[in-house]
Write a protein that binds this ligand. Structure first.
Ligand code: PMP
Length: 360
């Protein structure tokens, strides 16, 4: 079997072991004579899977008991609306840090529900950094402060979580489970599974119980965190197959040494690519200030942009897939999520060096 090196931004590479496990039990899950997709979410078989996935996620992230862990649907994009619907709790405004394309989308969505205060923005410098905390204009009366831990398109990442006097809300869509995060400093963290922890279809929400029960009255029941929490994320039929595959991926992360080990590996992969970019003498360029460079997504440009289609074609011929940059920025982007291994990053770094030799 030939597996490609997959640098897609999401849906993204899954661990081969996870795919093999799912393959082995695809037609007959645990002697039931049924596929896991054909089994009721209310059955003991599925409830065990759901419970184990939650236990594994709690163990990996060291989630304190006072937090609920929810497995929802609608992607991280739905959280852009679900967060204000549930967390405004009668307040008129929320603070947002604008650090790239995805925080921009969260801001636009929230504007339908409240006054959005941009506490800081790096738009004027092309989203090349996280603005210095001394420049933030935080409102102590805000319902919450929202930040995007890793900007998937611009490749900008927070070094540490912001300090906040109000509940801190984190879009960790492209970084949850790829590096340590101090859950106890947050009111709510959300991430879709399709990058670092599974396939598309499941969105994980980790939320402080103290923030539940304040949803706006217009909030549909299916979008009310409190209902989801009371129903163990089974208020309605959940995405059972995605949840199951996410569970297998969480187990795989635990088997492979947990968050600290995976973080070290992720740093090593990113370092290989940034070194190839920085050593290229300007042939390749990444616009982000080094201290804010993402370990999850490495966007870069060729100084001669007319070479980019050739770069992508030759990369694909070499089995290096999913490297086309986001339509918003163009260029190249390598996503280095948990299931992308070091040999994949090394193969891409080698390819970059060879391509430069041939065309530089
Ligand atoms: N936030 C970030 C940081 C993302 O990278 C993405 C997806 N690329 C989203 C939100 C939206 O996720 P979804 O497609 O699951 O709605």
């Amino acid at each position: 079997m030939a597996r490609s090196y997959n640098f897609s931004a999401g849906p993204a590479a899954l661990p081969l072991e996870v795919l093999q496990e799912a393959h082995e039990e695809f037609f007959d899950f645990a002697g039931t004579g049924m596929s896991i997709m054909e089994i009721s979410h209310r059955s003991g078989v599925f409830i065990d899977i759901a419970r184990q996935a939650e236990l594994d996620l709690r163990a990996l992230l060291q989630v304190p008991d006072r937090y609920k862990v929810l497995f929802l649907q609608g992607g991280a994009s739905l959280q852009f609306s679900q967060v204000p619907m549930n967390l405004l709790r009668g307040k008129a405004s929320a603070d947002y840090l604008h650090t790239g394309l995805w925080s921009g989308k969260a801001i636009e969505a929230a504007r339908r529900y409240c006054t959005v205060r941009i506490a800081a923005s790096s738009e004027s410098t092309g989203f090349d950094r996280i603005p210095a905390p001394a420049e933030w204009r935080l409102d102590p009366g805000a319902a919450y402060l929202h930040y995007t831990e890793n900007e998937t398109v611009h490749g900008v990442q927070f070094a540490t979580a912001p300090e906040a006097q109000v509940p801190l809300v984190c879009d960790a869509c492209s970084s949850l489970l790829s590096k340590p995060i101090d859950v106890s400093r947050h009111g709510l963290i959300y991430a879709a599974a399709q990058k670092n922890m599974g396939p598309a279809g499941v969105t994980v929400v980790v939320v402080d119980e103290a923030l539940l029960d304040g949803a706006m009255s217009v909030t549909p029941d299916v979008l009310n965190y409190a209902h989801a929490a009371r129903a163990d994320s089974m208020f309605n039929t959940p995405a059972t197959f995605s949840w199951y595959l996410t569970g297998l991926t969480l187990r795989w992360i635990r088997r492979n040494g947990g968050i600290n080990r995976i973080h070290q590996a992720n740093q090593a992969k990113a370092w290989l690519l940034y070194r190839a970019i920085d050593a290229s003498g300007g042939f390749y360029a990444n616009a982000v200030r080094p201290e804010f460079r993402s370990i999850n997504n490495v966007p870069f440009f060729l100084a001669d942009s007319t070479l980019e289609p050739l770069f992508l074609r030759q990369a694909e011929s070499a089995g290096l897939m999913g490297l086309k940059g986001h339509t918003h920025t163009g260029g190249i982007r390598a996503s280095l999520y948990n299931a992308v291994d070091l040999p994949a990053a090394a193969a891409l770094a080698d390819f970059m060096t060879h391509f430069q030799r041939a065309h530089g």
